[in-house]
Design a protein around this ligand. Structure first.
Ligand SMILES: [Zn+2]
Ligand SMILES: [Zn+2]
Length: 404
């Protein structure tokens, strides 16, 4: 028997597939309400795209990519995340040359070759939004409130962590002061942090080593060293979130490793799936479009990992729906099939292909979760009627076939 690859699952179980569709429907509806439109980008892209956008020093690019040479000898890669492809499409289609705001959402499979564990697969799904061309802080607030609306609609509890990563004005000076702090603690910090000190010093702040974290509690904080513009924006964002009843925690250790990230960074955390787990992450990346050869365009986005959410989603009770059609003798099968097919234009319909007794049909209707069981028996055939049982309201009646 051929089995699926490790870390690559089928969504086949009825409950899982219902939850999955319910998530996509809910998130899509809310994204559209916020003015976003759907974009589909390829799952396979040139490896160079991710090297430049996600960054060669990241674990994703360094260790986790499904990278290979195709038959045309192109160096290609299955996308490990969604933003890079959307930005590439934005630039390639010259949207960066138009003076309009573009709001795009996507969902689809992503691939990372990492050790499979609970809630973490090698092929997984993300839903994300990217907004281009808007530097107004109200856009940052809108994206955060959109994630809130999605989680609230799904009955998912969360806490929001918020930080500012500064910009080209204030980040470099902060980075220097952090490096000199690290210099003083050179001997005490972990090996990873010693390496990060020269490659990507900001990333030391989210080191998982508790000893490192004790030391960094006294490290200089960017929040206290923001330039006037970044400081004004962060205060404005905080007060908009306050006005909209969105609680948040400022986490100065919530950082991103790459230079093109700026200002707003946020994470939604769930405490209901083991340790504190990020269920959505996002922020501003005002320089990424330029990084990928486009015209400088402010941008902000977020992504939600769907697998991690699955068990947190509160499904609405699924009520009985649609029709089951069955016949009691062989000669009536084609008649009931034709009636069912007509009804299928507007409703969910299951048709029994075999002649059976009433009890068997009622059982099949129940299994199909139909609201109405519609039967064509000998009497009904003679009278030109159909016998109907409403399984939701527990009523029975006969109606003329013409009415279907
Ligand atoms: Zn460390
Ligand atoms: Zn600044």
């Amino acid at each position: 028997m051929i089995r699926s690859l490790r870390g690559m699952n089928d969504t086949l179980d009825i409950e899982d597939s219902q939850r999955f569709s319910y998530f996509i429907q809910t998130a899509t509806r809310i994204a559209k309400n916020y003015g976003f439109r759907f974009i589909e980008t390829p799952q396979l892209e040139e490896t160079a795209l991710f090297k430049r956008s996600v960054g060669e020093s990241s674990d994703i690019v360094g260790k986790e990519m499904y990278q290979f040479t195709d038959k045309g000898k192109n160096d290609v890669c299955l996308r490990p995340e969604g933003t890079a492809g959307v930005v590439r499409a934005f630039v390639q289609n010259k949207y960066d040359r138009q003076d309009t705001v573009q709001r795009l959402f996507y969902h689809g499979t992503m691939f990372r070759y990492e050790r499979p564990q609970k809630g973490r697969l090698r092929q997984f799904h993300q839903f994300g939004c990217e907004s281009f061309g808007e530097s107004n802080i109200l856009e940052d607030a809108s994206l955060i409130l959109m994630v809130r609306d999605i989680f609230s609609a799904l009955g998912i509890n969360f806490t929001l962590k918020l930080n500012s990563l500064g910009d080209q004005n204030c980040m470099p000076a902060y980075r220097d002061s952090l490096v000199s702090f690290l210099q003083k603690h050179q001997e005490e910090i972990c090996e990873d942090c010693q390496r990060r000190k020269s490659t990507n010093p900001i990333r030391v702040l989210d080191c998982k080593n508790s000893h490192c974290q004790d030391i960094y509690a006294n490290a200089p904080k960017l929040m206290q060293n923001l330039c006037e513009e970044c400081d004004t924006d962060f205060k404005a964002l905080s007060s908009i979130l306050d006005e909209h009843g969105m609680a948040y925690e400022i986490d100065t250790h919530l950082v991103r490793g790459l230079d093109y990230y700026s200002k707003t960074a946020f994470e939604f955390i769930s405490t209901e799936i083991g340790a504190q787990s990020a269920i959505a992450g996002g922020g501003r990346y005002d320089r990424l479009v330029e990084f990928l050869d486009g015209r400088a365009t402010p941008a902000i986005g977020f992504a939600i990992g769907i697998e991690r959410l699955m068990e947190l989603i509160q499904m609405p009770e699924i009520s009985r729906e649609g029709y089951y059609f069955g016949a009691m003798d062989e000669n009536s099968i084609h008649t009931i099939y034709a009636i069912g097919m007509k009804k299928r234009v507007s409703d969910k319909v299951t048709i029994g292909y075999k002649a059976r007794n009433l009890k068997a049909h009622l059982k099949a209707s129940d299994k199909a979760n139909a609201q109405y069981c519609v039967i064509l028996g000998e009497n009904e055939l003679n009278n030109g009627t159909l016998w109907v049982k409403d399984l939701l309201n527990k009523t029975e009646f006969e109606i003329p076939q013409k009415e279907f």
